[in-house]
Write a protein that binds this ligand. Sequence first.
Ligand code: GLN
Length: 291
Amino acid sequence: MSPRPLLADAARRLAEAGVESPRVDAELLLAHVLDVPRARLLTLDDVPDGAAARFTALLDQRAARVPLQHLTGRAPFRHLQLAVGPGVFVPRPETEQLVEWALVCLADVPEPDVVDLGSGSGAIALSIAAEHPGARVTAVERDPGAIEWTRHNAALRSAAGDRPVTVLAGDMTDPALLTDLDGTVDLVVSNPPYVPDGARVPREVADHDPPLALWGGPDGLDVVRGLLRTAARLLRPGGALGIEHADQQGGALPALVRSAGGWTDVADHPDLAGRPRFTTARRAAGPAGGD
Ligand code: GLN
């Protein structure tokens, strides 16, 4: 079969099903089936019947709004290709900026201790380990389904030669979490569940991302309140905190950090699309932290 009409038809189908980027998704699925880079599709003359049939089967699932990354089995994130599938939150490009900020923070620390709270696929933790060779990273995940993916990706990365990340089953709001690290951690980073209950999310998200990774109570900040207490306890004086948040929380989250007390340099940062995306702060030096 000729790839051009096949792709045109596929993109039309996905558009009709309400998929946000129909042409790109069709191309990525065909490239996946043929096991070639997407750019290679331009010079392709023929799609064998077997491959065309597999492509159509994947299109059916994508049209039913199964996430693209579940169909290809992987999600690109910074320099990594993470394994993803049912049970784990698909990492998003906007979170790459949070990692960028984290690496800048850690640039002058040769062997920083880093904790990623709510690690999911391990995108943040494993990127920091890949891009800062001295970092000692602990990835915490509470969801028993998701942590299988954290462990799997961590094993793949350490087999590829990155410094191993410690994966720990635990709840980021638990006062007993990682108490052996109290007051010593250089950076706490998190993409916590922050979607306000009842908010509208795309079908791919509602039906396939794990609820524990998404929903954050009436204002979306329920889990973040507990996370702030954990971060306050773990960080050394001057240690840094970075928390991703929803578009509408660019005022509320910095305000929450300021009102908790014991933090300095509270700031909010936009993502590449210019939307408020993450809040950062430093743990105050000195004894009267008062959280
Ligand atoms: N940004 C995610 C979304 O698009 C939500 C992520 C989260 O709650 N951490 O739904």
